[in-house]
Design a protein around this ligand. Structure first.
Ligand SMILES: C[S@@+](CC[C@H](N)C(=O)[O-])C[C@H]1O[C@@H](n2cnc3c(N)ncnc32)[C@H](O)[C@@H]1O
Length: 338
């Protein structure tokens, strides 16, 4: 990601008409106007979401998007692509849908190689995608077959997301904000797509209806760690927006074909919850969504991986016993991060 920083700064400077400065950070005189632009777009993309539409992605808003959202989408896309082994050929053909300035396409190209096309309704956003290295851009959905279709942070801007998703080919990777409404809407779409012949590759290890939808307070997120670049930290300080070391997102990976889930394999779907004398986290598999509990006094080499498990991780759990507070990691059980 860091290699894009000088280019992101250069393009954002042009769009925001900033005076200019070093290649890896904002000059003092640039921080205020850049922060103001990031906050203006942030406010329009949360709450009423009156800026969540293609006309937004031009001029100053687009400059702000490059600075604040672009690096996060890039990181989240690579993390989503790592959630499961994907049935992709060498040098896959990649389509980035609602690409904007194409952080998802570039993230996938950098990870997988191949070639990518970026589709978006905003030609200004596509011009930035080209400036960042995507040669092929289009303002209408291509009809050809792709090996991998990426849909990052787009669904909540569409009137009929299911119609778009149904038309995509290959492995389909969807990323949505880790918010309750967008996260739960994604799980509802998941269930509808599975009913229409798609198979879930990640985060799900089950093809049954999503167990998180049973309770109104649950949804499914993953996270990825990063060290924000210097200019990003400058913006975080100036805006008061958070630049956490962990980026959360709601992922979904689908395909028309998928192998059956491996026995004993679970996905970590809830943040670790330290409690008095024990640790607890939520995991999900074909058997449902369950809490797993490790008593501190039973911490051992065979379950040492438990302590470092994070949302989104895959873990092999063997020999657990069902107790009142969930699946218990008893002596002799093994916890192996996959
Ligand atoms: C929040 S941005 C996401 C950009 C990029 N995928 C990312 O993850 O950072 C949403 C993008 O969806 C595009 N978009 C919204 N509605 C669209 C539509 N009906 N057809 C094509 N693109 C659309 C917007 O122009 C914008 O570039």
């Amino acid at each position: 990601m860091n290699r894009y920083v000088p280019l992101l700064l250069a393009r954002a400077r042009a769009l925001l008409r900033l005076p200019g400065g070093p290649p890896d950070q904002l000059a003092r005189s640039e921080i205020r106007p850049a922060a103001r632009a990031v906050l203006a777009l942030h406010e329009g993309l949360v709450g009423e979401r009156n800026l969540a539409r293609p006309e937004t992605y031009r001029g100053e808003h687009l400059g702000a998007y490059l600075l604040w959202w672009w690096p996060q989408s890039y990181l989240k896309t690579q993390a989503a692509l790592r959630l499961a082994p994907l049935p992709l050929p060498r040098a896959p053909r990649i389509l980035d849908v609602g690409a904007g300035p194409a952080p998802a396409a570039l993230a996938a190209l950098d990870l997988l190689g191949g070639s990518a096309a970026a589709f978006d309704a905003s030609s200004e956003a596509l011009a930035e995608a080209r400036a960042l290295g995507i040669a092929e851009t289009t303002t209408s959905l291509p009809q050809e077959r792709f090996d991998l279709s990426l849909v990052a942070n787009v669904l909540s801007e569409l009137p009929a997301p299911l119609d778009l998703l149904r038309r995509l080919s290959g492995v389909v990777v969807v990323i949505e904000p880790a918010l309750r409404e967008t996260g739960r809407a994604l799980l509802e779409l998941r269930d509808q797509l599975l009913a229409q012949g798609f198979r879930a590759l990640a985060p799900c290890l089950t093809q049954k209806p999503c167990p998180a939808l049973a309770s109104a307070k649950d949804w499914c997120t993953a996270e990825v760690g990063w060290t924000p670049p210097r200019y990003f930290q400058q913006l975080a300080e100036a805006t008061g927006l958070r630049a956490d070391e962990m980026l959360s997102f709601a992922p979904l990976v689908l395909a028309k074909e998928a192998p059956p889930p491996e026995a004993d394999l679970w996905r970590v779907v809830g943040a670790p919850q330290p409690e008095k004398g024990k640790q607890r986290l939520w995991v999900c598999s074909d058997l449902g969504r369950e809490p797993v509990v490790l008593l501190d006094k039973q911490a051992a080499l065979a379950n040492a991986d438990f302590a470092s498990l994070r949302r989104g991780d895959l873990v092999r759990l063997r020999g657990l016993e069902r107790r009142g507070d969930g699946l218990r990691v008893v002596p002799g059980a093994t916890v192996e991060r996959s």
